[in-house]
Design a protein around this ligand. Sequence first.
Ligand code: ADP
Length: 205
Amino acid sequence: MKKTSPASKNLTATVSQISLAQREKRNRHRGCVLWFTGLSASGKSTIANELEAALFARGCQTFVLDGDRVRHGLCSDLDFSEKSRHENIRRVGEVAKLFSDAGFICLAAFISPYRADRNLVRAMAGENFVEVFVNAPLSVCELRDPKGLYAKARAHQIKNFTGVSAPYEPPLNPEIEIRTDKLTVAEAVQKSIRHLQKMKFIKAR
Ligand code: ADP
């Protein structure tokens, strides 16, 4: 999927007086996009929110974006067709990049089933992109089914449901992989924090 170019030709960029380096110096950590991808009920939102709480407690600037939040506002015009899913991820990717440019650690939790869409977001965010594959077998996700969505999908009450009637393309080379059928939420948070320290997005304590 290609990056879109602006519809208007009459655009002039303004230059901020505050650089990213200044923001990062004040925050004492780097801005980045942590992109959580995985099946529904794999644990993306649970881990993103626990990780945010841990990072916030360390004094980091953080914000979580998730499907339920954007689908009520920014993306309320989009459904779950393949075309709309592409557009949903493109918009969210742009928002996540804005947060990263503002010096935040933006934790984005989206099924984002298509590899090309995730690669587009990776290209937008550049070196500040961390793909977190929240991986659990479909059978485990289906057993958890916290919102009853798999049951509805199996009963044909929901169309295009990832893993049931729509594809999921797993990441080939994610920066972090979390097997939520093997690690607890606390272990997943620790693993992510260790990785962020290793990549020098946050400082070791
Ligand atoms: P997603 O955002 O991927 O759709 P959620 O985080 O909303 O998934 O739901 C995952 C469910 O699985 C929650 O009810 C959570 O309590 C449960 N769960 C059980 N074990 C884990 C684990 N190790 N990591 C994350 N979630 C887990």
